[in-house]
Design a protein around this ligand. Structure first.
Ligand code: ISL
Ligand code: CA
Length: 538
């Protein structure tokens, strides 16, 4: 067995990961599409921010039915993103700066343009036919995550194939040992090139039971994951699964004796108050705190590593969904950052969060790109008014987070993203919200992130310490971190102004004010909306 040793696991708590959606990060060659050289050019921005790892969303060859999550060659860089030499240079430049590099591994499905699928669909006798999941008639009524039946008819073989996501994303048949070997070979290919880890796309979908069972978390999932990662070559890797797992299942996937994953994303806090992502949320901040406390306690009791995130490329901005992205944009952006990233776990920051990016508003469906958004529009356009539907889409669309980064305040250069026409319109509030304007502001979100990440880096109590909930008032969250003799207290007030009762130990001992988003305050002064204060005793 090749399980990760305790020292390897604990050093991952020193990582702070920055997620890059390459298409929208920075365009270095002026064709309107973000690229790998663009990432290289902006590495010093990431160093200035204070992160030490990058998760690069798929940059492989792809027809882009789902923006790179439909891979047509796992070993080739998409030409619009550059070449393998560019990628190698990125690897070298990140190494120089001691930045870890995590690649996205899309193991559940390929593109329908992948050579395996082109062959597979051509005839039932083709040697690749069994790489995918076929049925003469749909054996169940599964719906694809992006809407519509998960089964698609294939003319040449007169069969249906399974696609858990878009029609252009046929699911691989992991029961076939050749598929498992092929995917291990992909992992090895990138591991040999020196990557530090993988973010594993919808990993819990790779095992399913098409006859009467579930679409994901099927009976052989653990075996498949171990085959991928519990090997001498892969034991040093950081592996984070995108798995919609509850506590018991997380323990099975990430338990340190399991030889499966380093950690997994869980989504309770981003699904909070959600019935359908396009409709208004119904939540209280106490619910948010309770979820965080539940997962902190659970992961601590079971010695699991936890991921700390609010945003990614599949969510509208957290700040717009759960906070006030107008009058209190700075306060919310900084409060959420402090609240999440001072917990026990591994921070993940999504591009744009570091200057308080928010949702956009566009009134025409043609101004949207995402396949899921378009499917939702088609499914609802005859059911509700256009105005109402567009409001829903603006609230829930994944495109909110996928628009080009606004680096500068200069509209003529597409806010510093490209010199030509960008592949996708910039955020609708880019004039007001961009990195340059933010950095020149008295209330700079970026400056706060810098302080916050430096604080994490300097204080082992934040990276390695344990967690205790100390909250007494509703509408607030107070927690303590403890490591040896060091203590940190993080006190955050949500939307309403109030005085907070600080923990009694806090009053007796000698804590100093370390960080806050309203400047230095005494512990007894009432907290203003979305005020956060951090106190430290070393
Ligand atoms: O975005 C979602 C629904 O709005 C999620 O359910 C999402 O589809 C799910 O988290 C899986 O996401 C991952 O796999 C998808 C891809 O489109 C996403 O971008 C990726 O993060 C299919 O590969
Ligand atoms: Ca480009």
């Amino acid at each position: 067995m090749e399980k990760q040793a305790d020292e390897t696991r604990n050093q991952f708590l020193n990582w702070t990961v920055y997620q890059i959606y390459p298409r929208s990060f920075y365009d270095a060659n002026g064709d309107g599409i973000g690229d790998i050289n663009g990432v290289i050019e902006k590495l010093d921005h990431l160093v200035a921010l204070g992160v030490n790892a990058i998760w690069l969303c798929p940059c492989y060859q792809s027809p882009n039915a789902d923006n790179g999550y439909d891979v047509s060659d796992y070993r080739a860089i998409a030409p619009e993103f550059g070449t393998m030499e560019d990628w190698q240079r990125l690897r070298d430049e990140t190494k120089k700066r001691e930045i870890n590099l995590i690649m996205d591994l899309v193991a559940n499905h390929t593109s329908d343009q992948h050579d395996w699928f082109r062959q597979a669909r051509s005839s039932r006798e083709n040697p690749y036919h069994d790489f995918y999941i076929w049925a003469d008639t749909p054996p169940n009524d599964w719906q694809s995550v992006f809407g519509g039946s998960a089964w698609q008819f294939n003319e040449p073989t007169q069969e249906y194939y399974l696609h858990s996501f878009a029609i252009e994303q046929p699911d691989l048949n992991w029961e076939n040992p050749r598929v498992r070997e092929a995917m291990c070979a992909v992992v090895d290919f990138w591991t040999d090139k020196g990557v530090d880890g993988f973010r594993c796309d919808v990993l819990d979908f790779i095992s399913k039971d098409i006859r009467g069972g579930k679409m994901f978390q099927g009976p052989r999932l653990h075996e498949y994951i171990r085959q991928l990662f519990d090997r001498p070559k892969t034991k040093r890797l950081f592996t984070v699964g995108e798995c919609q797992a509850d506590e018991a299942y997380t323990l099975q996937l990430c338990g340190k004796q399991r030889g499966e994953l380093t950690t997994a994303f869980q989504f309770d806090h981003v699904r909070l108050g959600e019935t359908n992502k396009y409709l208004p949320l119904d939540f209280t901040f106490d619910d948010l705190r309770n979820i965080l406390v539940k997962w902190q306690n659970f992961t601590q009791e079971n010695d699991l590593l936890y991921t700390l995130f609010t945003d990614n490329h599949d969510q509208p901005f957290f700040l717009s969904r759960y906070g006030n992205d107008r009058a209190l944009r700075y306060e919310c952006a900084t409060a959420f950052a402090a609240l999440f990233y001072l917990l026990r776990g591994i921070p993940f920051i999504y591009q744009g969060q570091e200057f308080g990016s928010v949702n956009s508003f566009f009134d025409d469906i043609e101004q949207f790109d995402d396949v899921e958004t378009h499917n939702y529009y088609k499914a609802h356009k005859d059911k509700i008014s256009e105005t109402e539907l567009m409001q829903q889409i603006n609230r829930g669309s994944r495109d909110n987070a996928r628009r080009p980064m606004a680096w500068t305040k200069n509209e003529a250069t597409m806010y510093g993203f490209t010199t030509k026409k960008p592949w996708f319109a910039p955020p609708s509030r880019a004039d007001e919200i961009n990195l340059e304007t933010d950095r020149n502001s008295q209330k700079s979100v970026f400056a706060f992130y810098q302080k916050l990440l430096a604080f994490r880096k300097e204080n082992e109590v934040i990276r390695q310490g344990d967690f205790t909930d100390m909250t007494t008032e509703s509408g607030s969250f107070i927690y303590q971190r403890r490591y040896g003799e060091s203590r940190a207290i993080v006190a955050c007030n949500f939307d309403k102004e109030q005085a907070l009762t600080m923990p009694t130990l806090f009053n007796r001992e000698n804590f100093r004010f370390a960080l806050g988003n309203y400047g230095e305050q005494s512990p007894s002064a009432p907290f203003r909306p979305f005020e956060v204060r951090v106190f430290l005793k070393t």
